[in-house]
Design a protein around this ligand. Structure first.
Ligand code: ADP
Ligand code: MG
Length: 607
């Protein structure tokens, strides 16, 4: 891996530098130099080397703050005061080197994210009048016609008007296999038209595209600090005063300014502060490249600890590409009439059922509805040609004859819907959906990873739920309204479980939000990106066990980072307070933990 090579190169350069300094120090070369060079030259060299850092120290002091550099500077001044000019100079030099290493470390941890940002398209070609003009993407307006040639990155989210192409969506979804698009299909910014050219109507541009929002969410991810990080933050708040106290007592007890300088040099490495964010950045970046969008570090931590998995059915365990298989009109009605009315009401619903009904009704005259209302978990309602039409769960009808029919259809595992006009049932629709083929294997992997309780939660009827649940060998609860799903999540949480909920964001967004980790399926669609704490950019259940493994690996890396830096500092501190560590060596040794953290965190990127 190229990245590891770069880290190792920096590491090697540091080892070389430190070796030279240590050899020089042991051979007394610096002290020999000290006698040859007059002190004002040393003072000038120190000022020149440390100037930006000193400025920061003064600024912080004006705000009555101390920083790690304050203590390092105090150490250097103490060394200079006893005539150890070379020591003072080297302390300041290593302070600056430490700063550079730290910058390298954080920058490097962001590399995976930066690579993602570089995919942001810059220019696009728009059809204006009879010509095509190339403009910066910010100048493209929604509604404009955008032209994409073979091999180009699509600059906006849009709908294909003309043309046919294979689109490489790997930037958005991590999916390597190109997808074929034709007129009417949606395409996303940053994906690449591999063969064929396209004319599209732009629907979203710039920040508003799915990719723009994705970047925004990833940037925000850094602000959701996990528990371990909060502990580290609190630790730093009292850490510096404690170090100052230890250094001053060393000075008083041992009457040795150099021992104090050594204490400051050891304790003021920033490694403790870097241990968590560096690992998290690496994890969020690694996940994003595989199509897993994590909206905050603390969700990784919760995912690593989770023991209960609750899953939604329609659109989550099933593909959500429903097919209407039966249309059963009641006496006095025709199939077409039932479908027309149902399709009219479903026009504005985003539920997978709605799409199925609209597809089944294509070619029929579907009137435009008025006063559309969604009844979450129940169905949809609207006025069509002056009549109140409802499409939804068969619970809406009490009629025993209808219920008989419903049972017959449901037992085949189908989702049954009832169409009512002015409160009277006028017919039933049955829809079948396919189980996602990889779901069973992924659930087994998740169980092995310790998510011992897995349960299916659905708003659908028990018969339809049972057929899916039996295939997967998991228990189920059916007929749940959105608030019932929240109650189930809360109930598990009250009993001390850490709950992961997987849904598609339609009707289950509140339950996703209530869970410790809400994971939304439904790659790249608006609802899926907004709902939940983790969004899967590609509908693939295999991403779930992968996410859990990544989370576990990240938490492990954070722990080792913290333990390693704490032990390293403790050892250095003991040696320093006892006066066994010359300040120059203490300062030189402090550049290693940062690189160590970086190398350790790079393990997260490994598959
Ligand atoms: P799931 O929990 O399986 O994802 P939902 O909570 O989304 O199911 O929906 C539960 C039930 O509500 C559906 O089985 C259906 O009977 C009814 N329903 C929800 N939305 C619609 C809709 N747009 N049209 C018709 N029925 C709907
Ligand atoms: Mg659903």
């Amino acid at each position: 891996m190229v990245e590891t090579h770069r880290i190792l190169a920096v590491f090697g350069a540091l080892v070389g530098l430190v070796a030279v300094v240590v050899a020089g120090e042991l051979a007394g070369a610096f002290h020999a130099l000290e006698r040859q060079v007059p002190w004002p030259v040393w003072a000038a060299a120190i000022l020149a080397a440390g100037f930006p850092a000193f400025l920061g120290v003064v600024r912080a002091a004006l705000r009555r703050r101390i920083t790690p550099h304050t203590l390092m500077t105090a150490g250097a001044m103490a060394a200079a005061a006893v005539g150890e000019w070379s020591t003072a100079f080297l302390l300041v030099l290593f302070m600056r080197i430490g700063e550079a290493v730290e910058r390298f470390t954080t920058e490097h941890a962001r590399a995976a994210l930066r690579a993602l940002m570089e995919l942001r398209p810059e220019r696009g070609r728009v059809a204006r009048g009879c010509e095509e003009v190339e403009v910066p993407v910010e100048e493209i307006r929604p509604g404009e016609v955008v032209v994409v040639r073979p091999g180009e990155r699509i600059p906006v989210d849009g709908v294909v008007l003309e043309g046919y192409a294979a689109v490489d969506q790997s930037a958005m979804t991590g999916e390597a296999v190109p997808v074929e698009v034709r007129p009417g299909d949606r395409v996303l910014a940053t994906t690449i038209a591999l063969m064929g050219s396209l004319r599209l109507r732009a629907t979203q541009v710039g920040q508003a595209t799915a990719f723009g929002r994705l970047l925004h969410l990833i940037e925000q991810a850094e602000t959701h600090r996990p528990q371990v990080q909060r502990i580290a933050d609190r630790f730093s708040a009292f850490y510096l005063p404690v170090v100052a106290a230890v250094g001053l007592s060393t000075l008083l007890v041992r009457r040795d300014p150099l021992a104090m300088a050594a204490v400051f040099a050891v304790a003021c490495s920033c490694a403790v502060a870097l241990a968590t964010p560096v690992a998290l950045l690496a994890a969020v970046g690694a996940a994003a490249r595989r199509g897993i969008l994590i909206k905050g570090g603390r969700f990784l931590e919760a995912l690593a600890r989770a023991d209960v998995l609750l899953v939604d059915k329609t659109g989550t365990l099933t593909r959500g590409h429903l097919q209407i298989t039966d249309v059963v009109p009641r006496d006095g009605w025709r199939k077409e009439q039932v479908l027309e009315l149902a399709a009219s009401v479903e026009r504005y619903s985003e539920h997978p059922i709605a799409r199925a009904i609209l597809r089944a009704a294509s070619g029929l005259a579907v009137p435009d509805p008025q006063d559309f209302r969604a009844l979450p978990g129940i169905g949809v309602q609207a006025r069509v040609d002056g009549h109140e039409v409802t499409v939804g769960t068969p619970r809406l009808v009490a009629d025993p004859e209808v219920q008989d029919q419903v049972r017959r259809l449901s037992e085949a595992g189908k989702t049954v819907l009832c169409v009512l006009r002015d409160g009277e049932p006028i017919g039933l629709l049955a829809a079948s959906d396919e189980l996602r083929p990889e779901a069973a294997q992924a659930l087994a992997a998740l169980r092995e990873l310790g998510l011992a309780t897995i349960e299916l939660l659905t708003g659908d009827r028990p018969e339809a739920a049972a057929s899916v649940a039996h295939t997967l060998g998991i228990p189920y609860r059916a007929g749940l309204l959105p608030e019932d799903k929240i109650a189930v999540v809360r109930d598990y949480q009250a009993r001390g479980h850490v709950v992961v909920m997987v849904g598609d964001g339609v009707n289950d967004a509140p339950a996703l939000a209530q869970a410790d980790v809400g994971i939304a399926m439904g790659g790249g669609t608006d609802v899926a990106l907004e709902a939940g704490h983790i969004a899967l950019l590609r509908d693939d259940w295999h991403l779930l066990p992968e996410a859990v493994r990544l989370a576990r690996r990240t938490v492990r890396v954070i722990r080792t980072n913290l333990v390693f830096t704490a032990l390293y500092n403790l050892l250095g501190l003991s040696l320093a307070t006892l006066g066994h560590l010359p300040p120059v060596l203490a300062a030189a040794a402090q550049v290693f933990p940062d690189v160590g953290i970086l190398l350790n965190s790079a393990r997260i990127l490994r598959r």
